[in-house]
Design a binder for this molecule. Structure first.
Ligand code: HEM
Length: 416
């Protein structure tokens, strides 16, 4: 029995929509693509100021791609993570470069890339292998467990913290703060009447302090970690400020940590639901890993969407013209199920060849900086599972985060 309301009653600003199952959401977006590919919604209430003009959702793959690669017409600087305008300071504090346009974006991405080198990445890869081996062997002893808490969450967290040089004693603190930043709309993380904004700001400030202290310490006592590399990286004689480092760290945590965790968690769910695919992958792990990982990211779409704002009256997109100031939500989740691009889009097919998935964003200046690392993390995560606990499977449905931004899995019961 379907529970989907008629299209004109759907409200993507209301939390009811984000409580629908993944299958029901897919059906809604399919109907939108066919009947109204840029549905318009009023904005949710803005705790920081007057309400804005509302927003359109891009539900088709081609439109998401076009907006991503045309930043002069569809910009990020007015806010890229959701429909609300939050002011430049909040945007940059929490989003760092993700909420910037050139030339600011280019400068920051360039500086960060100078630290985020192949050598740093290689270092992280070693940590990925190590962490995967350790965590998978612990699952064998446990027998039954929450897969998110015992495997999918600690793996990327350990890697990012290790890369940055954060001491292990701070991992739990870092996880808790990043859960608050991304989970604020979920009743498990915040109750009605809570000061959400205060909680999110508090979490951000806590992380910034941690990073500020570490950064200052590394300037005096350099090591070979990413924090040292970022503190000393130079581009045209310029360096990152302490504030920029703190904001980038918050971005790395929220962009690189929860996303990878959710891809791995959804991955186990998809493999459990599709035992034939699971068997195929097990029998030819290395051969199928590249396509399997793309397919997991496509269907998981851990980042549901990003926003762009139209810069120029008359900008063309999707066969119509837009006005400066129009807010567009680029739904990666919907684009990744567009039947014009993906054959049988709801099918989990680890051998899918033609898979231009946009889970890491579409090509353009903001394309995920961590895509390479994330692919490697997901590959190692499953390689170690198949190697050490080959009978692992989910024993229940994922508890899905109530969020319009992150397609999160809070808990996933599993057993070996
Ligand atoms: C499965 C895992 C991941 C997914 C699904 C994901 C997804 C995304 C998406 C959708 C964007 C925005 C693209 C856009 O606006 O056009 C993004 C940006 C970004 N991601 Fe990832 N990401 C993942 C893992 C990572 C990791 C592991 C890191 C770093 C360690 C990372 C770092 C970043 C950064 C720094 C940006 C901002 C780039 C910019 O604005 O120039 N991500 N990611």
């Amino acid at each position: 029995m379907t529970t989907i309301p008629p299209l004109d009653e759907i409200d993507l600003s209301g939390m009811e929509f984000w409580e629908l199952s993944q299958a029901d959401r897919a059906e809604v977006f399919k109907q939108f693509r066919a009947q109204d590919p840029f549905p318009f919604f009023e904005e949710p209430e803005n705790p920081l100021g007057p309400n804005g003009p509302g927003y359109y959702v891009l539900t088709r793959h081609a439109d998401v791609v076009h907006a991503s690669k045309t930043p002069e017409l569809f910009c990020s600087g007015q806010g890229a993570t959701g429909p609300l305008d939050q002011g430049e300071q909040v945007n940059e504090f929490f989003g760092s470069m993700i909420n910037m346009d050139d030339p600011k974006h280019k400068r920051l991405r360039g500086l960060v890339s100078a630290g985020f080198t192949p050598r740093q990445l290689e270092r992280a890869m070693d940590a990925v292998e190590q962490a995967g081996i350790e965590l998978a062997s612990q699952l064998r002893e446990k027998g039954e467990f929450d897969f998110v808490q015992d495997y999918a969450a600690p793996l990327p967290l350990k890697i990012i913290c290790d890369m940055m040089g954060i001491p292990e004693s701070q991992y739990a603190f870092v996880l808790e703060q990043s859960n608050i930043i991304l989970g604020a709309s979920d009743p498990d993380f915040a109750q009605e009447g809570d000061d959400l904004l205060g909680m999110v700001m508090g979490a951000g400030i806590g992380l910034a302090q941690l990073m500020g202290e570490l950064g200052a310490h590394r300037l005096e006592n350099p090591t070979d970690d990413l924090t040292t590399a970022l503190m000393t990286a130079e581009l045209d004689g310029e360096r990152l400020t302490e504030q920029e480092l703190a904001s980038f760290f918050i971005l790395l945590l929220v962009a690189g940590n929860e996303t990878t965790r959710n891809a791995i968690s959804w991955g186990l769910h998809f493999l459990t639901e599709n035992p034939d695919q699971r068997e195929r992958w097990r029998n030819d792990f290395d051969g199928l890993a590249p396509t399997a990982v793309e397919e997991i990211v496509r269907l998981a779409s851990p980042v549901i969407s990003m926003r762009r704002t139209v810069t120029t009256d008359g900008a063309e997109l999707g066969g119509r013209s837009w006005n400066a100031g129009d807010k567009l939500i680029l739904s990666y989740w919907a684009a990744n199920r567009d039947e014009a691009v993906f054959a049988d889009p709801l099918r989990f097919d680890i051998t899918r060849q033609d898979n231009p998935q946009v889970g890491f964003g579409a090509p353009g200046p903001h394309f995920c900086m961590g895509a390479h690392l994330a692919r490697r993390e997901i590959t190692v995560a499953f390689r170690e599972l198949f190697a050490q606990v080959p009978t692992i499977h989910a024993t229940g449905d994922p508890a899905v985060l109530r969020s319009s931004f992150i397609n999160g899995v809070k808990r996933l019961p599993a057993a070996v």
